[in-house]
Design a protein around this ligand. Sequence first.
Ligand SMILES: CSC[C@@H](O)[C@@H](O)C(=O)COP(=O)(O)O
Ligand SMILES: [Zn+2]
Length: 208
Amino acid sequence: MFTGQNLKLTEELLEAIRFFNHKGWSPATSTNYSARAENKSEYIISRSGVDKSKFCSSDLILINAKGEVLPPFNQPGIKSSAETEIHTALYDMFPEVNCVLHTHSVLGTVLSHSLVKEKQIRFEGFEILKGLEGNKTHELVETLPIVPNSQVMSEILNNIKGRLDKNVHGFLIAGHGLYTWGKDIATAKRHVETYEFLFECYHTMRRI
Ligand SMILES: CSC[C@@H](O)[C@@H](O)C(=O)COP(=O)(O)O
Ligand SMILES: [Zn+2]
């Protein structure tokens, strides 16, 4: 149902979603994804509750900045992600962001669960840090905030809003998963992969 630039965006998003599922970062119906549409005040976003191993192009729908499902997708039973409010808030906060991705990997889940009291993870000295937009060297400290989980999206947003700025590339919801974003789908996908690699490094270093 998408055409032109929006169709291209859905194809690219779908490729990233399949990659994440293949990596084991989107079990069952978990995770959600969005991209800013050709009309910059609209967003392409994943439907709620879809098994990500079966996710297909018809599971991507169009919403406005209020999170309302737009025609022709506003049919009975079609709901945008339960976490739509987080996506629209991030686009509102960062006008240069054109893609928001949310994954549920085992490492992101357990690290955020065990480090929730620390409120953040600090990554330092890894070459892969240059995978996060704007980082030019491994000699820096990258902070990834952790906020408590909640079924109320406004609570998650209240806890994270004051902790985000242009040097922060994502955040973890404790025992739940990762949110990251980028100027385009490729950048946001690179951020997911970079964080996953950093989680592996962090976890491995805690064990040795
Ligand atoms: C397996 S339930 C996971 C959900 O509660 C949620 O965290 C999630 O990531 C997906 O929700 P969705 O409404 O499908 O976008
Ligand atoms: Zn989730």
